[in-house]
Write a protein that binds this ligand. Structure first.
Ligand code: GRF
Length: 211
């Protein structure tokens, strides 16, 4: 069977950002949009955490925000189904996970295939999961970094869009390395969103070609 090929749309994009925490990647994307570097608008900022600082920042920026309390839904599928409805209502083109600390169900990932991207603070496929900056230090790698990738039902395994390498220094702590990686995240995440709506990302199997 021939490999399935996907080409990202060239259009003014409608973005939903999902976050659970401070939201610095959300801010980087929004700043790039406001500066006219990305042909898109953020139509929703969603969180599973009521107190997420990123939600407050979104409100200050007059963006629509939404919070659903996970405990109010009997199953993870019910929770994601409720979000799916909200996303569909707003005609969202792309969902940017920016520190969203809840694993999306296969239902969600399949509903929005090729339309969900994530930023991860390591060079995937090395160090998937959590606390990966500390894991990179403990393993003794000389380089770690950041990865923007498409989201599939297999956590941290979707096709890679962009990566930036960051040296791991001998006296690095989790904090210093995280800070250095985060600077790169703020560069490559907006860049990946820009490429997406320029219609330049082509997924061929596991690989993403940049047109
Ligand atoms: C970032 O390190 C990102 O790579 C990871 O979660 C963190 C989110 O940070 N997925 P922020 O909320 O965007 O500041």
């Amino acid at each position: 069977m021939p490999e399935e090929v996907f080409l990202s749309p060239q259009k003014k994009g409608r973005i939903a950002v999902f976050l659970s925490g401070r939201g610095s990647n959300f801010v980087a994307i929004h700043d790039a949009i406001v500066a006219g570097k990305i042909n898109a608008e953020i139509v929703l900022v969603f969180s599973n955490k009521k107190e997420a600082p990123g939600l407050e920042i979104a409100k200050e920026r007059y963006l629509e925000t939404l919070y659903f309390k996970p405990k109010e839904f009997p199953t993870r599928e019910d929770y994601d189904e409720a979000i799916i409805q909200e996303i569909k209502k707003r005609d969202v083109d792309l969902i940017c996970l920016a520190g969203y600390m809840k694993i999306l169900t296969p239902l969600f990932c399949n509903t929005f295939k090729n339309r969900v991207i994530n930023i991860h603070p390591a060079l995937l496929p090395s160090f998937p999961g959590l606390h990966v900056q500390q894991k990179a230090i403990d393993w003794g790698v000389r380089y770690s970094g950041a990865t923007v990738h498409f989201v599939t039902a297999e956590v941290d395994q979707g096709p890679i869009i962009l990566q930036a390498a960051v040296p791991v220094l001998q006296d690095d702590t989790e904090e210093t390395l995280s800070e250095r990686i985060l600077k790169q995240e703020h560069q490559i995440y907006p860049e990946a969103v820009k490429l997406y709506f320029e219609g330049r990302l082509e997924i061929m199997g596991r690989r993403v070609l940049i047109r």
